[in-house]
Design a binder for this molecule. Structure first.
Ligand code: SF4
Ligand code: SF4
Length: 508
């Protein structure tokens, strides 16, 4: 098996013991739910309800926009009290259009699509399954929040042969996938079979890091009757859960820069996504809740909580006993690839795998000092990049230079920042620079589009002028031909008249 040992990655303090033995508990329904229209990669959903409408649990409240998007459903029954800007779970703290529901506590369900209860092969086609997954608003629940139906549709454009299930959960603190695999292994394996059926692939690899022995045992037991599902125990090393590294570690296939794992024949889905797909197929339920790990030494009672989407982080933290006086940092997701939360008023969304309240002792946040050229960041980078050099170029504003040495290949894993003895926030530089170069690329693409439109317009005008010129020439030629024909006819008539006169004279 390929190993990180010869290709970067870091060994971390995992702190998973804070919550790994806490079984999943259900969060009581909050008084208000805040459901952003954009909980996924792609265009925001479009509201189909108005303020004052009563909604039922599982009811569609915002439909997917054309193109890449995902719909949003009501996580409980109640009344829509606002459609307004609300702080988003993003470090920028920017506001985002959000549907606010005042819950009625009755949990009245909307009419759901009929469940598909038959065993394999299912009575529905892969295409119909795909439509169900799209309509249920399921997105990648490992944090990326990419619409899952779009990933299932990759089979129409790529030669896929393998479905890879990501149960690595390589981020410190997070234990929600671990608990899901231990507590709902049969449902997870059912979801895996449904995904394989929808993708029409014959090979499945279920990858779990070795630091989750109970999850490994539970999944092996649940997949005992499915010899085509290969359960693989992976070394514990960060960032094993990054898609490209997982594919390389499990299949030996290396995904080249600017290519997708689908180019290598592999599609990766997260464990929680598989569970959500099973739920929507077997019960018709859309994606309206998820398991979230609440942890860190700043939380009084770390837990794994099944949370209705739209629940505020402050309600969730209160359910977990609240926080110790002043947590140093509040993070959405894991400490390596997650993002600082701008406020406790942000809601839990489809991609929220964790809410961490970390104390100062838990953060590797010393004051930044000059680079000592130790090269540790280079050794740690799992993508084979030279972070120290890239950071210098970014600082100088030389984005093109940074791109030339692989900026776009950086997977933002944070290993370089973690290992740096000078506490240089290298990954932050790269995230910022990728945002900048993304904007520049978009600008360049817009300019290209405008140039192409102008060129097309000029070509069309030239073509139309040619056509007009040809038509005018044709008209002129036709006129000349008609005039010539008329003169021939006139001559012929005159000769005929002359002949008739002559004949008349001879007769008389
Ligand atoms: S954040 Fe980017 S540059 Fe740093 S180690 Fe990870 S992949 Fe390499
Ligand atoms: S790890 Fe930090 S100090 Fe060492 S070379 Fe990289 S940037 Fe410089």
């Amino acid at each position: 098996m390929w190993s990180f040992r010869n290709r970067g990655g870091v060994k971390l303090q995992y702190h998973k013991e804070l919550s790994s033995e806490r079984a999943v508990v259900n969060m009581p329904l909050p008084r208000r739910l805040y459901l952003p229209l954009q909980q996924h990669i792609g265009a925001p959903a479009i509201p189909v309800v108005n303020v004052g409408d009563n909604v039922l649990k599982g009811q569609l409240i915002a439909k997917a926009a054309p193109g890449l998007s995902a719909p949003v459903h009501a996580s409980s029954s109640g009344t829509v009290v606002a459609i307004e800007d609300h702080v988003a779970p993003h470090p920028s703290g920017l506001q985002q259009k959000t549907i606010v529901i005042e819950t009625d506590g009755r949990e009245c369900w909307a009419e759901l699509p009929s469940p598909i209860t038959d065993d394999f092969p299912l009575a529905v086609t892969p295409r119909e399954l795909n439509s169900r997954v799209a309509a249920a608003g399921i997105v990648g629940m490992g944090g990326a929040a990419f619409p899952s139906a779009v990933k299932l549709d990759l089979k129409s454009r790529y030669q896929l042969d393998t479905l890879l299930i990501n149960g690595a959960e390589c981020e410190p603190y997070l234990t929600c996938d671990d608990r899901l695999m231990r507590e709902e292994a049969a449902a997870v394996i059912d979801g895996v079979r449904i995904l394989a059926y929808a993708l029409e692939v014959q090979a499945v690899i279920f990858a779990i890091e070795r630091n989750k022995p109970k999850a490994l045992a539970a999944i092996r037991e649940a997949a005992r009757q499915e010899p085509w599902i290969q359960v693989m125990a992976l070394p514990t090393r960060f960032p094993m859960g990054s898609e490209r590294h997982l594919v390389l570690a499990c299949t030996g296939r290396e995904t080249p820069a600017r290519k997708l794992t689908a180019d290598m024949g592999v599609v990766v889905h997260n464990v929680a996504t598989a569970r959500a797909v099973a739920r929507t197929v077997r019960s018709g339920e859309p994606l309206i809740s998820r398991v979230v790990t609440v942890s860190g030494r700043g939380v009084r009672e770390p837990a794994n909580v099944n949370v209705p989407l739209g629940t505020l982080v402050e309600d969730l933290l209160a359910f977990c006993g609240g926080v110790h006086p002043v947590p140093y940092k509040l993070i959405g997701g894991g400490p390596m690839m997650g993002a600082p939360l701008p406020s406790v008023r942000v809601p839990v969304v489809k991609g929220t795998s964790g809410v961490l309240a970390l104390t100062a002792d838990e953060i590797n946040d010393g004051a930044e000092s000059p680079c000592i050229r130790c090269g540790k960041c280079v050794t740690a980078c799992p993508c084979g990049l030279v972070p120290v050099e890239m950071a210098q170029l970014v600082r100088r504003g030389d984005l093109q230079g940074a791109q030339a040495i692989g900026l776009q290949d950086c997977v933002s894993c944070g290993s370089c920042s973690f290992i740096c003895p000078s506490h240089i926030p290298l990954a932050h530089y790269f995230n910022f620079a990728k945002g900048q170069s993304g904007a520049l690329d978009r600008d360049a693409r817009r300019q290209d589009r405008i140039r192409a439109l102008i060129q097309a317009r000029n070509e069309r005008a030239a073509r139309e002028a040619e056509i007009k010129k040809a038509a005018a020439a044709a008209r002129k030629a036709a006129k000349a031909a008609a005039a010539a024909a008329a003169s021939v006819t006139a001559e012929a008539s005159a000769s005929a008249a002359e002949a008739s006169t002559r004949q008349l004279e001879e007769t008389t």
